[in-house]
Design a protein around this ligand. Structure first.
Ligand code: HEM
Length: 416
């Protein structure tokens, strides 16, 4: 099958010669900030006031609307299941409309959201993923690891966790191999939109022009890739417009690459810093899916999402006026002691229960199966290929950091 990100022995998937072990660039991650452990503060807030009103009226440039922080699992679930009272539409204006376009699924409400989601979701079903797993995800993981497997040491962030979902996404889109460096540069610019908005807007425009050519080609001659699938997708005789397709494809950079890169790093750090659990995993690979899920619960890469109240309402006895912003603290919900025993313990043996890291309700993560598959394969391949994998004891204090997005900036490891 033609993946258009061939992983042949003589050329690495980033367009460099195989054996060239120069690291991938990683985007500027200043936005994550230096907070090492936000969890004690989140737990204290959840216990003191599960729904907390923060008045912004005396802050400079703020409008009069209040902001409400929601910390408990059940309260967040209530909000996410009620898209009529708690809308997503503000996301387009407030966050990313000028970068991602106006048709992003994240910022749609029903009925538009239902229709659009039905059109794009086929490509992300579990069945479709089995195909991607074999022809793309596994070969990309193999090739990245093989580039440093003989070296005895590596930084898993620059050499593995970041390039892995970037190349998987490029492969799913069916981008020609010679364009991967450009695609990576655009991804980095768009992912860095929090720190450099202008650069992200320019990259977003360039990506759109680039994808327009590819889309036109796929409309003429469809292939087995996501762009061809989207160009053919049809619901009640209706198809996606070009603009809708571009918006969706651009959203895949932050939605699909950034979250997965961070969560894979979080999983590896959580396991490498607990050698007993890593050893248990080596001895019983059946535990891998549990380790993946526990990692995503314990250290979510994205700590909060927002909604806006379309009408005045009440949540956990707290009145919420129409127009208020509601911040859903997913990370706090994932450590809710009314739902998990010892929630602050990382424990791959615990029975999995739905958590909040992928959201819930109608906007729940479309890439949930893809993310789990990438993380599972990452872990299996690293354990297969790198015996005695461990954190480098001489390394300069690797750790997870961040308050809105979280992941390790470096993961220096030894093996062999
Ligand atoms: C561990 C990795 C991931 C995490 C933690 C994550 C998290 C989330 C969350 C919390 C939402 C809900 C946002 C909201 O309700 O406002 C979401 C939605 C979404 N995610 Fe993911 N995501 C991950 C991986 C992926 C991947 C790999 C893809 C696709 C390639 C993806 C594509 C999307 C899309 C398209 C949506 C919007 C769905 C909608 O609005 O209906 N995500 N994700």
């Amino acid at each position: 099958m033609d993946t258009h990100v061939e992983t042949t022995a003589d050329q690495a998937p980033n367009g460099r010669a195989a054996g060239d072990d120069s690291a991938f660039e990683v985007f500027d991650d200043d936005v994550a900030g230096d907070v090492r452990d936000p969890y004690p503060e989140l737990a204290a807030a959840r216990r003191a006031h599960p729904v907390q009103r923060l008045d912004t009226s005396n802050m400079p440039h703020a409008d009069d609307a209040a902001v409400f922080f929601v910390y408990g699992y059940d309260d967040i679930l209530e909000v996410l299941r009620d898209g009529r009272t708690y809308s997503s539409a503000h996301i387009i204006d407030m966050l990313m409309g000028d970068i991602m376009g106006k048709h992003i699924i994240l910022g749609m409400d029903d009925p538009e959201h239902r229709r659009y989601r039905a059109l794009v979701s086929t490509a992300f079903r579990q069945k479709a993923l089995a195909n991607w797993e074999e022809r793309l995800i596994e070969p990309v993981a193999d090739e990245l690891i093989d580039r440093f497997a003989d070296r005895g040491r590596a930084d898993l962030v620059t050499e593995f966790t970041f390039p892995f979902p970037t190349l998987v996404t490029a492969g799913m889109l069916g981008l020609p191999r010679e364009d991967l460096r450009r695609f990576q540069r655009w991804s980095i610019a768009i992912l860095g939109f929090h720190t450099n908005r202008e650069r992200a807007i320019v990259a977003s425009q360039e990506v759109k022009e680039y994808l327009a050519e590819i889309l036109a080609e796929r409309r003429r001659e469809p292939r087995e890739d996501l762009i061809s699938d989207l160009s053919r997708a049809e619901l009640d005789g209706e198809k996606l417009s070009d603009e809708e397709i571009f918006s969706f494809l651009r959203l895949l950079l932050p939605a699909g690459i950034e979250t997965t890169y961070r969560s894979t790093g979080n999983m590896l750090y959580s396991l490498l810093s607990r050698p007993d659990q890593l050893q248990a995993l080596r001895e019983n690979r059946a535990l891998v899916p549990r380790a993946v899920e526990e990692s995503i619960r314990y250290e979510t890469p994205l700590l909060n999402i927002t909604r806006m109240a379309t009408t005045s309402t009440v949540l956990h006895d707290v009145p919420i006026p129409q127009g208020s912003t509601v911040m859903l603290m997913l990370a706090a919900a994932n450590r809710d002691e009314s739902r998990w025993h010892d929630p602050d313990d990382f424990d791959i043996f615990r029975a999995p229960r739905p958590h909040m890291s992928f959201g819930q309700g109608s906007h729940n993560c479309l890439g949930i199966h893809l993310a789990r598959t990438e993380m599972r394969l990452a872990l299996e391949k690293l354990l297969d290929k790198l015996p005695n994998l461990r954190l480098d004891p001489e390394a300069d204090d690797p750790h997870i950091r961040g308050q809105v997005f979280r992941s390790p900036t470096a993961l220096p490891v030894l093996f062999g």
